[in-house]
Design a binder for this molecule. Sequence first.
Ligand code: SF4
Length: 223
Amino acid sequence: MKIAELFYSLQGEGALIGVPSVFIRTSGCNLRCAWCDTPYTSWSPEGADLSLDQIVNEVKAHPARHVVVTGGEPMIQPEMIPLTERLRGLGLHITVETAGTVFRPVACDLMSISPKLSNSTPNGEWAAQHDRLRIQPGILRQLMERYDYQLKFVIEKPADLEEVRGLIEALPADPRRIVLMPEGTDRDTLRERSVWLAEIAKAEGYRFTPRLHVELWGNQRGV
Ligand code: SF4
């Protein structure tokens, strides 16, 4: 399995924010978000081919009770099912972070789904494919029915909430599982967007999440 990085940190986003976790970041993605914060897994995928044994041994080297399989898009990886079953065998809580465009019956305790809004569409040759793939209602419903989930939306501007409301109503999704996160990879942008996004979260009754790892360590790999 092509792995871009494997590291031990704190979960920086969503319902499990602050929880010490091992992150397995797979390389490769079927989308191309304009603001992708891990372009080394999407626009220019990097990484080494690791066997399941190598991955599991690296995970076991850390004192975490939680593991996060992320990307890129981990659900496009054919070995996701055996990998997550091996992780389950270690007794770890498993989060899968996905854009929700591909279904695989993986072992997972929290399906952290981040459907991509129109603010993610890039200019250029990837625009049409990205726009066609980014919202897959049937796949989202399948994931939400099968797993404990959160729906995490990356918000760039207040008007993005119209799309969020529309999707939640169309699916439909439990409003208590909606998480709003500011888009940004530097502290100043995140702080500015957090101020108005926190008020929107209060008005809508949705959860707000900061990006703790960026606040603590900045936008760098391995955190
Ligand atoms: S889905 Fe995630 S990894 Fe893929 S391009 Fe978008 S932000 Fe990057």
